[in-house]
Ligand binder design. Structure first.
Ligand SMILES: [Cu+2]
Length: 495
């Protein structure tokens, strides 16, 4: 035990040197100049022969996150991240994705219900200098989904360097609700990504075993690619659509004056009615939509509070020593010029279908485990340290077979001291129970990623609709990308 602690201290100490801002996440006091909030470009493609067609190029780029320091990046049509794609439910889309990166990649459509061949997981590699053209009908309801690299064992690094973007889906139901929906004006997309940097400005990806174990947590948070931006509100009632695009960090979001906001949507779209909150946790890959009243013209800061990371034992100790759980600022919001928009928060949005758990075809166990102790990973196979049902990801093994047009109950059991955000492709599910309790109203929306507490159990109801394929699987995995790359992923067919 003594020796163990000594080794951990050594591993932590080695993190402390030579990295830019290695010891603190920022607060506004640390930034003198004001940086403008950036809104990702919106790209609606063009209609050609009845299809909505998008042209995307995966490419290398360069960003100046710090004045005078260049960071090599990768992006989609832009140097870092990609444009926000937008389409309507029912439309048939076609995406030409050209890979100019110089190495292989993939683009996965996170949250979409779509044919397995179009999913963009590890089986749909886009070789360097080739074009992949997925085509599918938009089946999802109005929501903010996203797209990102999903290359086997390389997802963490490729997303870290910039391969991700948003996808907004509209439908008639949500458009009729009079919610703020003017992109970049009162409907504001936000991608949160914490990052570490070397002193030359380059990204510092995983550099230690402990970072592989906990997932990489950065000392700076990029907000749509900008550190510590100031957002100047144009409208009093503003809708923020927030993606946690971080590899591993969970945020506990709230405003500096603890003001209430209305949670109106989760991963898969609108809730049935708004839920008033002043804090909400957001794990990697999850999205929320909130409405905030900025009518008091006061400056306020969107921040992340302490308490976001629920980790225990040795893991909790390590993570607190590494400053993973602290309070820090994200966006300064100035609303002295915000205009009244006459929009009010509706009291009811939409009705969700009712799924009766008794009609599920069965209960499927998903047991999450990770190799522990300092012997972990040293000298071994780096892709064989995280497990689902006792096995690490294997492209040649199908772990589960579901039937189209059925739904199942998945019992996700966490036998590790760390929380894991569990994601399933090709579905929007509902939470049945978290440990011994019913989901809170804020947790009752459509989800594609759910947090499973350390040593906890989460039950979800998972529908498989629309598509089947006897050969090509979908993935389920932990969305801490270092865990996914380390083996915490499996494959399922829908037949
Ligand atoms: Cu995990």
């Amino acid at each position: 035990m003594k020796r163990r602690n000594f080794l951990i201290a050594g591993a932590l100490g080695s993190l402390g040197v030579a990295f830019l801002g290695s010891d603190n996440l920022y607060s506004y006091d640390n930034f003198k100049e004001e940086r403008d909030f950036a809104v990702p470009l919106i790209y609606e493609g063009e209609i050609i022969a009845g299809k909505r067609v998008f042209n995307l190029k995966l490419q290398k780029g360069e960003m100046e996150f710090f004045k005078g320091l260049k960071t090599p990046t990768i992006g989609i049509n832009t140097p870092f991240l990609g444009p926000t794609l937008r389409a309507k439910k029912g439309e048939f889309i076609k995406v030409n994705i050209k890979n100019d990166l110089g190495y292989d990649s993939t683009i996965h459509w996170h949250g979409f219900e779509l044919p397995a061949k179009m999913d963009g997981g590890p089986h749909q590699v886009i070789k360097n200098n080739t074009t992949w053209t997925p085509e599918f009908t938009i089946k999802n309801r109005a929501s903010m989904l996203w797209y990102h690299s999903h290359l086997l064992h390389q997802t963490g690094e490729q997303v870290y360097k910039g391969l991700a973007g948003l996808f907004i889906i509209d439908d008639d139901e949500s458009s009729s609700l009079n919610l703020p929906n003017e992109y970049g004006v009162d409907d504001i997309p936000i991608v949160l990504q914490d990052r570490n940097f070397n002193t030359d400005g380059s990204f510092r990806y995983v550099s230690s075993l402990s970072e592989r174990m906990t997932g990489i947590h950065g000392n700076y948070v990029l907000v749509n690619g900008v550190i510590a931006p100031t957002f100047k509100a144009k409208k009093r009632l503003t809708r923020f659509r927030i993606l946690n695009g971080s590899n591993a960090r969970t945020y506990l979001l709230g405003f500096s004056d603890k003001r209430e906001f209305a949670l109106i949507g989760s991963d898969g779209g609108l809730l049935e009615k708004p839920v008033n909150l002043n804090q909400i946790p957001l794990s990697p890959a999850q999205r929320i939509e909130i409405l905030v009243d900025l009518g008091d013209a006061k400056d306020v800061i969107l921040k992340s509070y302490k308490g976001a990371s629920q980790n225990m034992g040795m893991m909790g100790m390590m993570m607190s020593q590494m400053n993973y759980d602290k309070e820090f600022d994200l966006i300064k919001i100035k609303s002295n010029n915000a205009k009244n928009s006459n929009l009010k928060i509706p009291s009811i949005f939409i009705k969700h279908p009712i799924w009766n758990p008794n009609e599920a075809v069965g209960v499927r166990d998903m047991l999450l485990q990770m190799r522990m102790g300092m012997g972990m990973m040293s000298g071994g196979d780096p892709y064989n340290n995280f497990f689902i049902n006792g096995a690490s990801m294997d492209m040649n093994r199908i772990d589960a077979v579901a039937k189209k047009n059925t739904f199942e109950i998945w019992k996700i059991i966490n036998r590790s001291p760390m929380a894991h955000p569990f994601h399933i492709h090709n579905t929007q599910f509902k939470i049945l129970a978290i440990n011994q309790r019913k989901p809170y109203p804020s947790e009752q929306g459509f989800k594609d990623t759910v947090m499973v507490d350390p040593m906890g159990v989460t039950y979800i109801m998972v529908p498989f609709r629309y598509y089947s394929d006897n050969k090509v699987p979908y993935m389920f995995h932990c969305h801490i990308l270092e865990h996914e790359d380390g083996g915490m992923m499996g494959q399922f067919l829908v037949t």
